[in-house]
Design a protein around this ligand. Structure first.
Ligand code: BGC
Length: 520
C-alpha cells in the first residue's frame, strides 16, 4: 500500500519512475533519493507514534504534541449572530476583520491587511502588540468606528499556546518567521488587551483566542455539519479536531457537562522528541540546521510551505554536488538557502499534470537565469521533477497518515475534513494524493476533504459568538436557570442590538463604500 512510484495509468496518483537517457545516472539519482520514500513499515510506525503521542499528551505525559484544550465545546448551530472584530495573526501579513453574523450566516466580512515588518516579527514583543493596537485604531478610523465603541473581539493567534480558558493563553514558542523571545510564556490576550487599552480602545473585549486550525474547523462545521477536523497546510501546518471531553484531562476551571471539546494538536512539533527520527534524512537535517527554530517543529519541516521549497533545494544541491544535476551550469546560478520558495514546487508539479510536460519547470529555471540546452538539458528537467515529486509525495503521505489516525479515532464513519492553506490550495497533486492515501489508510471511513477558505478570519467571529452563547448559558446554570433556549435567545437579541448599533451609526462602512476591502 501507499507505495511511491507508479505509472501513467495511476492517473498521476503516484510519482512517475525516473527514466533518463543515461540509465546509469537515473540509477544513481534514485539511489541518492531513496530515503525520501517511506516503506510500509515506516508508514505504520509514523502512525503508531502519532497515536501514542496524542494519547500521552491528553494524559498529560511527555509528548511532542500539545493537544491543547481550546475550551470550545461546541460547533456552530446556526444561531450565531452579532458584530465582531477579529484579529488574525499568523503570517507576515495580519488582518483586522469586521464580521457581521445573523442566523449562523455571514452577512458581511470587511477586512484590511497590514504588513508586519521584520523588526516587529523578530524584535521586542511589546512593540509587536503595540503595532497590532495601532492597526486596530487605523482600521476603526477607516470604518468610522468610535475608539470607545463596545465591541467583542476574537483573536486568531496561529502559534502554539498553552490555553487556560477561552480567553487566556500563553505563547509556548514562536514558529514560521516570528521570533520575539520576550513574548514566550506571556498571556497574549492580556498583552493585546493592554495594548488596545493603552491606545484608547477601552471597550474592545477580547472574548476568545483561537488557532487558525480551530477557526477552519468551526467555519468548516458551519458549511458542512459533518466537519470534525480542521487543518492548515500553508506556511505552517497543524490540525484541530473535536475530541470527547472525557478523554481530555487538562481542564482548568469548572466543567459544565461538556461532551466534546476542540483540541488543537500542534502537529507541527510532532517528532520533536525523536519519535520519528527514522524518517529523517541528511537533507532534513540540513534544512533544520539552517532554520530559524532549530530542532523544533520537526513535522512542519517535512510538510509545510515554509520548508518544502528549501527541502527540494537542499536535495537538488546534493545532486549537483554528486555531479548528477546541472553538470554544465555555473554554481552561481543555484539558488541560495531559502531562496527557492514552495511556489516553485507547485509550479514544477504542474508539469506532471500536463502529460509530463516541461513548460512550468523551464519557467522556474528561467527565473534563476538557467538557459535550456546551455546550462541544462531534458535529463536535468526530469531529475528536478522527480525530486520535487518525491518531496511533495512524502509531505502528502505524512499528512495523510496523521489524518487517518484522527479519522480512525472517531466513532463517526462520515467525516468532513476542512482544509485551508497555500500548499493545499496551490499544489496541483497534493489533494489528489491525500484522498487516495487516506482511503488506503482508513478504508472503513467515508471522508471528504473540503476547502474551507478563511477559517482563520471567519472562525474568530464564529468562536466569539459561541463564546458569548456559552458564557450566557453558564451564567444561567450558575444562577439556577437551566433554560438554555431563553438564555441564548436573549443573548442573540443583545448581539443583534450591537449589530444594529453598528449599522445605525456607520451605515455603508461595512459595505466597503470606501473601497478598502471587499476582499472575499
Ligand atoms: C503553528 C500553528 C498553526 C500552523 C498553521 C504552525 O506553525 O504552530 O499554531 O496552526 O502553523 O498556521
Amino acid at each position: 500500500m501507499c507505495g511511491v512510484t507508479g505509472n501513467a495509468q495511476d492517473g498521476n496518483y503516484k510519482v512517475n519512475d525516473l527514466q533518463l537517457k543515461d540509465n546509469k545516472r537515473a540509477q544513481f539519482v534514485k539511489e541518492s533519493l531513496k530515503n525520501l520514500i517511506l516503506s510500509n513499515e515506516q508508514i505504520e510506525k509514523v502512525g503508531e507514534a502519532f497515536k501514542q503521542e496524542m494519547s500521552s499528551a491528553l494524559d498529560e505525559k511527555t509528548s511532542s504534541l500539545q493537544m491543547e484544550n481550546t475550551y470550545i465545546p461546541e460547533l456552530p448551530n446556526g444561531s450565531e449572530e452579532g458584530t465582531y472584530l477579529a484579529l488574525d495573526l499568523g503570517g507576515t501579513n495580519f488582518r483586522i476583520i469586521l464580521l457581521e453574523l445573523a442566523n449562523g450566516e455571514f452577512l458581511k466580512e470587511d477586512f484590511k491587511f497590514y504588513h508586519i515588518s521584520d523588526e516587529a516579527r523578530l524584535g521586542c514583543g511589546i512593540e509587536l502588540f503595540n503595532y497590532l493596537a495601532e492597526c486596530v485604531k487605523d482600521f476603526m478610523t477607516l470604518k468610522n468606528m468610535p475608539f470607545d465603541m463596545k465591541i467583542p473581539m476574537g483573536f486568531t493567534f496561529s502559534f502554539p499556546m498553552k490555553q487556560h480558558s477561552l480567553h487566556s493563553a500563553e505563547l509556548v514558542t514562536w514558529t514560521k518567521s516570528f521570533n520575539c523571545p520576550s513574548v514566550v510564556g506571556c498571556d497574549v490576550v492580556q498583552l493585546l488587551q493592554t495594548s488596545l487599552r493603552k491606545h484608547g480602545m477601552r471597550n474592545i473585549e477580547v472574548l476568545c483566542i483561537l488557532n487558525d486550525t480551530t477557526g477552519t474547523l468551526v467555519e468548516g462545521a458551519r458549511l458542512d455539519a459533518k466537519t470534525r477536523i480542521g487543518m492548515i497546510l500553508g506556511t505552517g501546518s497543524n490540525a484541530a479536531f473535536l475530541e470527547r471531553a472525557d478523554r481530555v484531562h487538562h481542564w482548568e476551571g469548572e466543567r459544565h457537562g461538556e461532551k466534546n471539546v476542540i483540541i488543537d494538536i500542534e502537529w507541527g512539533a510532532f517528532g520533536d522528541k525523536g519519535t520519528i527520527d527514522f524518517i529523517r534524512t541528511e537533507h532534513d537535517k540540513e534544512v533544520d540546521n539552517g532554520s530559524l527554530l532549530k530542532r523544533s517543529f520537526t513535522f512542519e519541516k517535512y510538510i509545510s510551505g515554509k520548508y518544502l521549497g528549501e527541502v527540494v533545494r537542499v536535495v537538488l544541491k546534493s545532486l549537483c554536488d554528486k555531479n548528477l544535476l546541472f553538470t554544465k551550469a555555473s554554481k552561481d546560478l543555484f539558488p541560495a538557502p531559502w531562496k527557492f520558495g514552495t511556489d516553485n514546487v507547485s509550479h514544477i508539479e504542474e508539469d506532471a499534470l500536463n502529460g509530463c510536460s516541461n513548460t512550468s519547470t523551464v519557467k522556474v529555471l528561467d527565473k534563476f537565469n538557467y538557459r535550456f540546452n546551455i546550462d541544462y538539458d531534458e535529463d536535468d528537467i526530469k531529475v528536478i521533477q522527480y525530486t520535487t515529486a518525491l518531496v511533495s509525495y512524502r509531505a502528502a503521505l505524512l499528512v495523510s497518515i496523521c489524518t487517518s489516525v484522527l479519522l480512525n479515532r472517531m466513532t463517526e464513519t462520515d467525516i468532513t475534513v476542512a482544509v485551508d492553506g497555500s500548499v493545499y490550495k496551490h499544489h496541483p497533486r497534493l489533494k489528489k494524493w491525500m484522498v487516495q492515501l487516506i482511503k488506503e489508510l482508513s478504508p472503513e471511513k467515508n471522508f471528504h476533504l473540503m476547502l474551507a477558505e478563511d477559517g482563520s478570519g471567519k472562525g474568530a467571529g464564529l468562536v466569539s459568538a459561541i463564546a458569548q452563547r456559552i458564557n450566557t448559558r453558564n451564567v444561567c446554570i450558575t444562577n439556577g436557570n437551566h433554560n438554555n433556549g431563553h438564555a441564548m435567545n436573549g443573548h442573540g437579541k443583545e448581539m443583534n442590538g450591537l449589530g444594529k448599533h453598528m449599522n445605525g451609526h456607520h451605515n455603508g462602512v461595512v459595505n466597503g463604500s470606501n473601497g478598502i476591502h471587499n476582499g472575499h
